[in-house]
Design a protein around this ligand. Sequence first.
Ligand code: CTP
Ligand code: MG
Length: 191
Amino acid sequence: MPPKMTPVEAALAGLWLMLPALVPNSAAVLLGGGRPIDFGRSWRGRRILGDGKTWRGFTGGAGCGIIVGLVQIAAADLGSFGEMWAFGEWPSALTIVVCLGLGSMLGDSMGSFIKRRLGVGRGKRAPGLDQYNFVIGAVVLVAIFNYNWFQTHYIEGVAIWSLVALLVVVPALHRGINVIGYRLGRKDVPW
Ligand code: CTP
Ligand code: MG
């Protein structure tokens, strides 16, 4: 790890690298619709995931996140970014980007699964879960497939500020984006 990195730099690098997991949420709102992932089926009297989770939203969201990650990999190569600002060597960089994009949408679906089990209807608020579900999914998947990368970029030393920044910035970002989605008429509620 570069010893001269400040906490602010580390935090910005961590947010930059989490972009492939942050983009899918908004992309799913824009691209979603059509057949629900659970095909309308219920479990124990409640929808498995609900109408808010569609195949188009899931694949479009994850796909957009992965594309953003590929652009970041190319940018890091061209600009010879420092180690802390990059996903690392090919092909493990691709694994990380796929984990972030896919994990984000898996976490989002898992969040809805939990909401339905708790009896919280589609689009109804579940504070905490709504804001963090996708980050948790992305982090879990990355940690499973490349714990070493996750540790050097989000846990070890000054990198812990990346994790702190995520916890603070993600709810604000989530709120901001959803207000925009609401104003654009893409969302029924501003959360
Ligand atoms: N969306 C989608 N497919 C996904 C995720 C999201 O089509 N896999 C679209 C849906 O139109 C959804 C909107 O994005 O209504 C907002 O996403 P989200 O807030 O995650 O869903 P909610 O409708 O709030 O449903 P839930 O209560 O299950 O979170
Ligand atoms: Mg919602």
